[in-house]
Design a binder for this molecule. Structure first.
Ligand code: MG
Ligand code: MG
Length: 259
């Protein structure tokens, strides 16, 4: 989940806090692995939402998105041209050839975890395969830039430079974020270069890096449900996200999935 974070404070975490955030994010990672295995034609997005909520509760974690600014689900399920914040529904069944973004967050021992993946439902087009691969790779390149002394802009440039070279576009209206005892803290982590003096990365920062990448236009709009963000041209979009700790020893991907 993202957005809603205009000029919030940057809060540096201790080693012990980062270890709790690792636990929180590993619950998110395990949930995403479980959801990925459920993906098949005929499965509803509400089935996925229920599975995510049940699993995280079994781990003594609380689904972070449920009720957040009034969001009705525990999981964001965004299919095809939907970019982020799709609302789970028992009426929405997955179909062969769909791509679905699964964005999940939990609160655990007072700290948040947040991560997202986009997965195919059976066979998808070559262009969509390339989109998913590019988005995930741009996230990995961005993570490599999450080192002490760099700036947020180094992350932004890594994402934008990589995907635009491949002919895709990055969403500007929604951004990544700091994360900790709040789901959304400072700094904002845009997927595009803003050109100004962005914040310097310091040890103890934990940031959710989340490229949202489109096949066509970078422009998006919000549907009348007040949540679902879709591409303005109706073309597919992908979303991958990791929560990453910036440390003296380099980035730690707290939400890394270990299948
Ligand atoms: Mg998220
Ligand atoms: Mg997020």
């Amino acid at each position: 989940m993202n957005g809603h974070n205009s000029s919030k404070a940057i809060v540096v975490k201790s080693h012990d806090e980062i270890m709790i955030m690792l636990d929180a994010n590993q619950i998110v990672a395990e949930t995403l692995i479980l959801l990925q295995r459920m993906i098949a034609p005929g499965v509803t997005t509400l089935d996925l939402d229920r599975a995510a909520e049940d699993f995280c509760k079994s781990k003594n974690a609380v689904p972070a998105f449920k009720g957040y600014h009034g969001f009705p689900g525990s999981l964001c399920t965004s299919i095809n041209e939907e970019v982020v914040h799709g609302i789970p529904s028992r009426r929405r069944k997955l179909k062969k050839g769909d791509i679905i973004s699964l964005d999940f967050g939990v609160r655990y021992k007072g700290y948040y975890g947040d991560s997202a993946i986009t997965v195919p439902v059976g066979k998808i087009t070559r262009n969509e395969e390339d989109l998913l691969k590019a988005t995930e790779e741009s996230l990995e390149l961005a993570i490599e830039k999450a080192v002490v002394g760099n700036r947020v802009a180094d992350i932004s440039i890594a994402v934008q430079g990589y995907v635009e070279k491949l002919g895709f576009s990055v969403v500007r209206q929604f951004v990544g974020h700091g994360i900790g005892t709040a789901l959304h803290e400072g700094p904002e982590i845009p997927n595009f270069h803003q050109g100004d003096q962005s914040p310097r990365l310091v040890p103890g920062m934990v940031i959710a890096i989340e490229p949202m990448v489109n096949i066509g236009t970078s422009k998006v709009k919000v549907l009348r449900d007040g949540w679902t963000v879709v591409t303005a041209d109706g073309k597919p979009s992908a979303h991958f996200e990791h929560s990453v700790a910036v440390t003296e020893n380099g980035p730690i991907v707290l939400s890394r999935r270990h299948a």
